[in-house]
Design a protein. Structure first.
Length: 100
């Protein structure tokens, strides 16, 4: 599933993703697999429901990082956006989605 990070508290290690289905999914840093996320990032993730029937996200992969302003006021695009690893994953996901 695809979604957008709506809140992420890096100091606490958790946040929320609004899925393409309109539901809100909880994300914990243990499910990021080394990815760096911030509010506004578009991600692909797998859905799982915990013992309390809460919606959760796992296997989170950043698809597109938003532009953000750095301290000098200029726009800066995260290095994640330009990562060949993420570009390859994005292309693979698009191809699988198109074929299926």
């Amino acid at each position: 599933m695809y979604g957008k990070v709506t809140k992420y508290f890096s100091d606490k290690g958790y946040g929320f993703i609004r899925g393409e289905d309109g539901n809100t999914y909880f994300i914990h840093k243990s499910n990021l697999y080394g990815e760096h996320i911030e509010c506004g990032y578009y991600v692909h993730f797998k859905v799982f429901i915990n013992d309390r029937s809460d919606y959760n996200a796992k296997s989170v992969i950043v698809i597109e990082a938003t532009e953000r302003k750095v301290s000098n006021g200029k726009k800066h695009t995260s290095d994640i956006t330009n990562s060949s690893r993420n570009s390859s994953i994005y292309l693979t996901l698009c191809l699988k989605t198109t074929i299926i």
